[in-house]
Every structure is written in C-alpha cells, then in structure tokens.
Design a protein around this ligand. Structure first.
Ligand SMILES: *Cc1c(COP(=O)(O)O)cnc(C)c1O
Length: 507
C-alpha cells in the first residue's frame, strides 16, 4: 500500500509577526538630519497628536518581514501552483499575456470620467468585447456592467421582469413564478427572489436531466415568468432536450434564462441563442480566463435577445459611424447595475484571451476541456461511484458511495488530496448527488498532470479501503489539520491582542 510519508516543513510553522517582534529591532535606518528640525507644533496641532508610545507594533528587521510574508504566501494554493479541479468554477490558467495587455498605460491611466472623445479606445474595446460575446452566445444584446455571475443573473431576471411588465401590463403581477431545477447553483433562486419572483423547483431525472413531465406540470399550474437553467447542468451533463424545454416555457408565456457559468463546455461549438435561450450571463472569470477569487474582481456580462435589448442597463456602449458613444437615452432600461461601466480591467483580459485564441482556438479549448473531463471520468469510474451513465461535458461528477462503507466520506477524500499536492475538487455540490465530488480539470491541464491526479485519486481509494483512518485524519502535510470551518467563517478572529498577565493565566 502506498502511504505517502509527509513531514512538517519549517515554513509551515510561521508565527504571527507580533510574536517575531523584538524590542528595538528595526528594518530601516534614517540618515542623519542635515536640515533644521521643524517644530512639530507648526505642522500638526498638539491635540491631534497621540501622546502614548506606539505599543504593540511589531519590531522586526527587513528580512523578518520578507520571510514572514513569503512563507505565508506559500500556504495558499493557487492556479499558478498546480491543478485546481474545482468543478463549476473553471479554474483555468490566467495567461500572463492578458496581464501585460491590461497594464498598457493608456488603459491603466484612463479615468472613468474622462470625456467620450478622449476614451475612444476604451469604448472600442468594450464594444468589441460586446460584439464577440454576442457572436459566441448567439444573443445580440450585451451589457458588461454586472460585476460577477450572480450579479449577471440578477440583471438577467430583472430584464425578464421588465419585459413581462411591458408585455402584460397590470396582469404581469400574476406571473411571478421562476422555475429552477433542483441541481441549480444557490445563486439562481437567490437572484430570482431578489428580483421579486417566487421559486418552484423542478425535479431531475435518474439520468441527471430536467424532468420534462414535471416541467410541463409546473407550467400548467400557471403564473410562470420563466426558467433558470444551467447548461451543461451542474452534474456536467448537456441538457439534450434544451430546445423542447425552451418551447415548453415559451408556450407557457415565460422566458428562458440560462446560467452560463458552464460555457467552457460550449464556446465555439454551440450557441445558447440558437437553442431558444432568451438571456444568459457569462463569467469572464471562469470561461474567459480572467483571474478568479483572490486574483481580481469578477465580471458577469449579461447577453439577451434583441427583444430584451431595450431593457439592458444604462448606459450602453454603441457605435455611430466610426465613433463610439455612451447611450443614456434608454427609457425602458432597468437602470444602472454598477458604477461606471463594469470591471474594465477584466474586459481587457477577456478580449486578450479571445484574440489570442481566435475562433478556432476557442473551439479547441472547449473540446480539450471536455476531453480532459471525460478522460478523468473514464479512468476513475472503477474506483469511484459515477452516478450518471452519460458522457460528461467539461466536468465530471462522482460520489463517495464506494468509500463511505469504510467510513470515508467526500470531505475526507478532498482533504487527503491536499497531501497529494492537488487542490480539492468541488464537494457536496450539487445537492442532488449525495457526497458529490465535482471535478473540472479545464483545458489548461496536460496529460501528465491528469494522470498524476488520477493516480492520486486511485491511491486515496486504496487507502480508504485498506487504512481508512489515514484518510479520515487527513490532511497530514498542512500547518493545520481539520479546521472548524463554520466557526472560522462565523466568528473569525481578526484582531491580535498582546498577551496580558490575565490572558496568560487563563490560557
Ligand atoms: C460560479 C457560478 C455562479 C455564480 O458566479 P459568481 O461569479 O461566483 O457570482 C452561478 N452559477 C453557477 C452554475 C456557477 O458555477
């Protein structure tokens, strides 16, 4: 049996910077004063100055500071460190070229309030990205304002509501039901509720698809404003009945919202607009390679049909002749959803990604992402329970069924993966699979890394069968083992207090 021996690395034992402090130690030395000293009273009135000693500020040398922060930086797993197979999050490589382009001085020094005549390049960039996203989604109306996926969802369902209000007048208030599959991301019902809809849940079939019978039944109950559907859905399966689903909703007088967080399975291959979808959001920070999480702000463009275009947020970036303009004259608009024009730096990176790949390159990225997920799915299906038969798209789902008999659960498997040098996959999502493990390698991973990941997962299964406690106690290689994550999130300790005699005694 292969049990990886893991030892504690010295960088994992880093103390707080306060605990490194030694009285009198400094990281700098000022040159001797060669001008006359100014009376402090001439600069800052006495009542604005502190009188006590600056107590508790760490006294450390320059090298102490550098090593302290560098060591701590190694505690984070990042996309630049290794495979990050977090399903539904599309943790693909963030190209350095994107960063270089985003740092072009003409972009970084541009003030958002600069006059339109002096911002033509930036407006052209926004316009170009809008056009490209319209082409990719098959939906002609695009707003880049939303700052994240969930924000794009809210914008999208607000468009649906504005459309229904205009179409149905006072009767629109009887149409306030949003249908959402039981496999949906939690942001979907939240966005629907924020926009004033109530939510009814659609069941999934044993194959992991939307239950058409149940969908029809819910539509027959009336009051349906629309459907929010993720495609491929959150178990990584393409909703092959998407055209029929759209027809059912449209016949019932509703509109179809597609959660586009999984567009990495479709870009360059299939277009939601061609399937009958009315509105979609994209996650530039997933599908279009802009930094995710700690790396930068998100961006969740909202794309819609021409019919819904009048309701898009104001202002719109439009082209008149060879000139780019901001169109504020939009009486039917839902209004602004973000200060200025959205997270502009992300637009630069996303457009850089699109231009770098070109149409054929985007398609190739999609195909590789799907191939990689299917490869992992195929190689792990003996060791792990694969709840759905059909081929996955860009992510593949497993459950802990074969390991839980030994008392090893999804959380344990995820924690043990850390010891093998991988970021864990998404766990316990979606809720319709008990002990779900959702694996999304993305196209950024080569064959060797995929094989190493598969080998690690197979080793962990072997450990689970032969020595379950080893997995249950994982991780063994990190500074801290199992965190009480709920308490850490709800009662974070964010302030260091110097140890007094009283606290020292009670400790
Ligand atoms: C990531 C994700 C979202 C939300 O996107 P954010 O940018 O995190 O707000 C919504 N739906 C699905 C399916 C997702 O994976």
């Amino acid at each position: 049996m292969s049990i990886k021996k893991v030892t504690q690395h010295p960088t994992q034992n880093e103390a707080l910077i306060f605990e490194r402090s030694q009285t009198g130690r400094v990281g700098y030395r000022l040159p001797k004063l060669d001008v006359e000293e100014t009376d402090l009273d001439d600069i800052l009135p006495a009542d604005l100055r502190r009188t006590d000693d600056l107590e508790g500020v760490p006294e450390v040398s320059e090298v102490d500071v550098i090593r302290h922060f560098t060591r701590m930086s190694t505690w984070n797993f990042s996309i630049d460190l290794g495979m990050y197979p977090l399903g539904s999050c599309t943790m693909k490589y963030n190209s350095r070229l994107n960063e270089k382009v985003a740092r072009i001085a003409g972009f970084t020094n541009l003030h958002p309030l600069a006059p339109v005549e002096e911002s033509q390049g930036a407006l052209e960039l926004i316009y170009e990205l809008q056009e490209d996203l319209a082409e990719i989604t098959g939906l002609s109306g695009v707003s880049l304002q939303p700052a994240a996926g969930a924000h794009g969802e809210m914008t999208g369902v607000m468009l649906i509501r504005a459309f229904l209000d205009k179409r149905d007048g006072a009767a629109s208030k009887d149409r306030r039901v949003m249908l959402i599959p039981d496999s949906a991301h939690g942001t979907n019902p939240a966005s629907a509720a924020l926009a004033g809809f109530s939510v009814k849940t659609i069941k999934s079939t044993a194959e992991g698809l939307t239950d058409l019978g149940h969908l029809q039944q819910l539509c027959d109950e009336g009051g349906v404003a629309g459907l929010m559907l993720t495609n491929p859905n959150t178990v990584g399966i393409f909703e092959k009945n998407i055209k029929e689903i759209c027809e059912i909703i449209h016949k019932a007088g509703g509109l179809v919202y597609m959660d586009g967080a999984n567009m990495n399975a479709l870009v360059g291959v299939a277009r939601p607009g061609d399937m009958g979808v009315d509105v979609i959001h994209l996650n530039l920070h997933k599908t279009f390679s802009t930094p995710h999480g700690g790396g930068g702000p998100g961006s969740g463009p909202c794309c819609c049909t021409a019919e819904l275009e009048p309701f898009l947020p104001t202002p719109r970036v439009v082209k008149e002749g060879e000139t780019f303009k901001l169109d504020f004259n939009r009486p039917e608009s839902i209004g602004r959803v973000k200060a200025f024009y959205g997270n502009f730096g992300m637009f630069i990176r996303a457009l850089s990604y699109i231009y770098t790949h070109g149409a054929s390159g985007l398609r190739e990225a999609t195909e590789t992402a799907v191939l990689n997920a299917r490869y992992v799915g195929e190689l792990l299906k003996e060791d792990f329970d694969k709840p759905f038969e059909s081929d996955s798209m860009h992510e593949v789902i497993f459950s802990h069924k074969k390991q839980s008999r030994k008392g090893v659960h999804t959380l344990d498997i995820a924690k043990r993966l850390i010891d093998y040098g991988f970021h864990p996959m998404t766990i316990y999502f979606p809720l319709i699979v008990e002990g779900a493990m959702l694996i999304e390698p993305t196209e950024s991973v080569g064959r060797a890394d995929l094989d190493a990941f598969v080998e690690a997962m197979r080793d962990i299964n072997k450990e689970a069968q032969e020595n379950p406690q080893l997995v249950i106690d994982a991780p063994h290689s990190t500074r801290i083992g199992r965190l009480d994550e709920a308490t850490a999130a709800r009662k974070p300790v964010l302030r260091w207090k110097p140890e007094t005699e009283a606290t020292a005694k009670s400790a």
